[in-house]
Design a protein around this ligand. Structure first.
Ligand code: SF4
Length: 555
């Protein structure tokens, strides 16, 4: 693999005026969002939550904190129930907003012990009406959180080494780490220490808590390339240097949303010892040189599109590291699926077992029962994946069957159908204030219907179905075989109904495709939600009937 298609060319910023780059233009805020960040660091809101808002209640929270700084601690207000998607764009944000919160807990690729799982499950049961979703960034997301309960939730989380620090906001968001770090027999390099060093040194560092926009990190040493490295702001991907041995290849500037762009290789080899400083150099470049004039052009991908990899490398080496880095090789093509579903041998003779909750949805009871199950079979821990799945680690040989049966009882199949395995859905209209349509329930119904209708068809490769509730891309629609973007459309009777625009043919590096590529919109096609199962069934049947041997869905 030498390169990836970069997707749409991003328009460079205008010259001859300030683009809000601190290192070039100074720190004068150019828009209200930058002004609010300059006025008071988002991290400072925690003290006010603990001393005032949790005691005095929702109505005591001023707007700048409620809609801005709360994100620095993983808190967003959730959507008021019962407001249909057709009204999302018509209402003011406060009219859409409930007095409850979504709370995001980051795991940063760490292995969750039974004790940690129990704490996560108990918080869901005690404070979140049993809600708990595994996100595609290895977070646990709760809903129905009342501000009064937040200090107690932090106390419980932090007592077991979990946190919501910088889980949202213009910060270093949750790290994606290989779910099989340190245990897979075919691992190139274990990224655990690198992630631990970076997060312990720099998470919650005020110097890195006012970035131009969010900053996403992915680190893996597994040959399945299991952390979607092409769509993160910075990624370190395991490679073997012919002279220097195992280390990482550096990728920069990926991101989706409404202006998708795939990350590019910078061309350097990063040793395990250098990795923390290199990460710090990249995020510092973003802080200092990122464009802050317009939020829609602030992600690192816009700077990389302007500079190109060669200039980015030069600035990294000369201004931030003070030394050159060796040239390095690209990662080998992906080996095996990166969702880790199924039973696999570890390097120590035990096993890891990947299982698929449907579209990432679990619950407090499922998490606590899972903790009991992990202990009962003598396994070690659980990691979450970048595909809304989970992996049980360190399962003794004589515990595998009991574990697989116990997981199935919890709705966590280790042998899911192709669609249950490869479908992801974002939060959608159930809780998200930006949503136009339902996603999780819609996707769940489509999966169940397809399992029945296509029961006789053997798919020898997964067909990824990703469902988004609005034009943002929280469920990565541009990198799915079939990506669905929520909108309001008209049905045959001319009525306005929830529906989806269709993107086809996207995908990240996998055994089926050497290179990542972004899907293309099917122009003019808008599928009402009620017709979605029929549409996907027709697509799959046509693919199965017409494909030539070895042809992938993307082709
Ligand atoms: Fe909300 Fe849109 Fe993101 Fe879905 S894609 S979670 S609807 S912002």
């Amino acid at each position: 693999m030498t390169s990836v298609a970069s997707g749409r060319t991003l328009r460079p910023p205008r010259t001859g005026r300030s683009n809000g780059q601190w290192a070039v233009d100074g720190r004068e805020p150019l828009n209200p969002n930058e002004a609010f960040k300059a006025e008071d660091n988002g991290l400072n809101v925690r003290e006010r939550i603990e001393t005032t808002y949790a005691r005095e209640g929702f109505d005591s929270i001023p707007g700048d904190d409620l809609h801005g700084r709360f994100r620095w601690w993983g808190l967003y207000t959730q959507r008021k129930p019962g407001i249909d998607g057709g009204r999302t764009a018509q209402l003011e944000p406060h009219e859409l907003e409930d007095s409850y919160f979504m709370l995001r807990v980051r795991t940063d690729g760490q292995a969750l012990s039974p004790t940690q799982l129990r704490v996560l499950g108990d918080i869901s049961t005690d404070f979140a009406r049993e809600s708990a979703d595994i996100s595609d960034r290895q977070n646990i997301q709760y809903h129905w959180i009342a501000i009064e309960d937040v200090p107690e939730i932090w106390r419980r989380l932090e007592a077991v080494g979990l946190q919501t620090t910088e889980a949202c906001g213009d910060t270093p968001r949750a790290f994606l780490g290989s779910p099989v770090a340190g245990i897979a027999a075919d691992e190139i390099i274990d990224p655990t220490e690198v992630i631990r060093t970076i997060t312990s040194r720099w998470l919650g560092d005020p110097e890195l808590s006012n970035l131009p926009r969010k900053f996403k990190t992915a680190i893996t040493g597994h040959p399945s390339l299991d952390v979607v490295h092409e769509i993160n702001d910075v990624s370190l991907v395991g490679v073997v240097h012919p002279d220097l041995g195992p280390g990482f290849d550096l990728w920069v500037g990926g991101g989706l949303s409404t202006a998708p762009r795939l990350a590019e290789r910078i061309g350097v080899f990063v040793s395990e010892a250098d990795a923390p400083d290199v990460w710090h150099g990249v995020i510092s470049i973003f802080r200092d040189y990122g464009y802050r004039r317009m939020r829609t052009k602030a992600r690192l991908k816009f700077l990389l599109a302007e500079w190109g990899p060669a200039k980015f490398r030069e600035v990294l080496e000369t201004e931030y590291l003070g030394r050159t880095l060796p040239d390095g090789p690209p990662p080998a093509p992906a080996k095996g699926p990166g969702d880790h579903v199924g039973v696999h041998a570890q390097k120590d003779g035990r096993f890891y077992v990947g299982a698929a909750p449907t579209v990432g949805r679990v619950s407090g009871t499922i998490l606590t029962t899972l903790a009991d199950l992990v202990e009962r079979v003598g396994a070690d821990a659980v990691r979450l994946t970048a595909h809304q799945k989970l992996v049980v680690l360190g399962v003794p040989a004589d515990g595998v069957d009991v574990l697989v049966a116990g997981l199935a009882d919890l709705g966590l199949s280790a042998t899911p159908s192709s669609f249950r395995r490869s479908t992801m859905a974002c939060t959608g209209i159930e809780y998200c204030k930006l949503a136009i349509v339902d996603t999780k329930d819609t996707a769940t119904a489509v999966i169940a219907a397809l399992e029945e209708r296509l029961a006789g068809i053997e798919l020898d490769q997964p067909i990824a179905l990703h469902v988004n509730g609005c034009p943002n891309s929280c469920a990565r629609i541009q990198t799915a075989d079939i990506g669905l973007k929520g909108l309001i459309t008209t049905d045959d009777a001319g009525e306005s109904v929830p529906g989806f625009q269709v993107h086809l043919g996207g995908g990240l590096a996998s055994p089926e495709r050497d290179e990542a590529g972004l899907g293309r919109t099917v122009r003019g096609l808008k599928v009402p939600a009620t017709d979605l199962t029929d549409y996907v069934e027709r697509l799959v049947r046509r693919f199965v009937d017409q494909r030539t041997e070895g042809e992938s869905f993307a082709a």
